[in-house]
Ligand binder design. Structure first.
Ligand SMILES: [Zn+2]
Length: 378
């Protein structure tokens, strides 16, 4: 087999000649296992998807105009079919953008949509930013925002002069008033820092995400002045340590490849939680460790998908089939099935195994833990 970038995904119309090799992109083996296939079209219990992107503002340099990937009604159609009680739209921006997102989603459907605010990245180089940001959090809270989302902008993109200069550290003191303000207002922080470990390694034949990184070369944080995955994680730990009254939800299982490290973090930071968004591909290929992990931290693991309208990455496309795979993963003991509704697994060429979580754990992961963090009675 040879690795080639950009080859067609069309099925081969004739058997490949062994001496020609077979481009790995064209290899689509069908499992010959005669396995049980459980269809889970609705979640067993109502679900809060803690991590979705219905809106987005984008841009480091200042607030762009907020964009809606879908209307509330378009979301509700999928939600009602799948037993999704609530979607948390984490990327609501701030100021007028935030108010627009709240007015279109949360105000007309307060039980079905929750909107989070985001830091004003474009102001981080301004004198007086720490106070400006703390005031913006209070303004967001008054407008109805229920939490704060921090993109991996912090740690990997934001620089001293916003787009130029040295990378700003995650534990930079200028954000301390922000972390304190959200803690005082009981707004949980959904925080994404770092990325899969393979994104920090050379894109070579040993990289298990070779195809994904070739499709998205801008996702690589190897070399240049990027910190290591562990340095980013440790900087976030400093923040959690310094702000014990603030609840953090470390998105994407914090570092799903290394559950021992995530466990160590959870053990030392009682204000830390995790979501499982876009990481069932990691959890599901280590099902025994994943089940032990979720059972042990059953009060601190939240359901999330990272579902985003209009995205081309199959693990994030907001469709019924995406939810059906998450439900199958959590509820059944089915074996060796795709972690994403796509012909070729986009994050790596492996399949996953269901966890068959007990009912009382499932209820907490599906909605109980998120409801508690949002200040709702479950
Ligand atoms: Zn996300």
């Amino acid at each position: 087999m040879i690795l080639m970038a950009g080859a067609s995904l069309a099925p081969l119309s004739r058997p490949a000649q062994s001496q020609e090799g077979l481009p790995v992109e064209q290899y689509q083996p069908k499992s010959m296992l005669h396995n049980r296939e459980t269809s889970v079209s609705r979640a067993r219990y109502p679900v809060i998807d803690f991590h979705t992107h219905i809106t987005g503002v984008g841009g480091l340099g200042g607030p762009g105009q907020i964009r809606f990937a879908a209307t509330a009604e378009e979301c509700l159609a999928v939600m009602d079919r799948k037993n999704l009680r609530t979607m948390v739209d984490v990327t609501g921006g701030y100021g007028d953008n935030l108010r627009t997102a709240i007015a279109k989603l949360q105000t007309p459907h307060p039980a079905r949509f929750v909107v989070f605010t985001e830091p004003a990245w474009g102001k981080t180089a301004d004198p007086g930013y720490p106070k400006i940001q703390a005031d913006l959090i209070e303004d967001a809270h008054r407008a109805g925002a229920k939490g704060l989302k921090v993109l991996k902008v912090l740690g990997l993109f934001l620089r001293e002069n916003v787009t130029a200069g040295r990378l700003v550290r995650i534990d930079d003191a200028r954000f301390d008033p922000m972390w304190e303000a959200v803690g005082a207002l009981q707004m949980p922080v959904a925080i994404h820092i770092s990325d899969p470990e393979a994104f920090f390694l050379p894109i070579d034949r040993y990289n298990e995400r070779w195809e994904e990184l070739h499709a998205h070369p801008d996702w690589s944080f190897h070399g240049k002045d990027f910190p290591s995955n562990r340095e980013l994680q440790e900087a976030r730990r400093n923040v959690m340590r310094r702000h014990p009254k603030t609840q953090f939800v470390c998105l994407h299982v914090a570092d799903a490849e290394d559950l021992d490290y995530v466990s160590e973090c959870l053990n030392s930071h009682p204000n830390m939680n995790v979501d499982i968004a876009a990481r069932i591909g990691e959890l599901g290929r280590q099902p025994r460790a994943a089940r032990r992990f979720i059972e042990k931290y059953q009060d601190r693991v939240l359901f999330g998908t990272d579902a985003s309208f209009g995205r081309s990455t199959p693990q994030q496309i907001f469709v019924d089939a995406l939810y059906e795979i998450y439900f199958r993963f959590l509820e059944t003991e089915d074996e060796y099935f795709p972690y994403v509704p796509s012909a070729v697994p986009p994050q790596g060429r492996w399949n996953i195994y269901g966890l068959g979580l007990p009912d009382q754990v499932l209820r907490k992961v599906y909605s109980g833990n998120a409801a508690r963090l949002l200040g709702w009675t479950a």
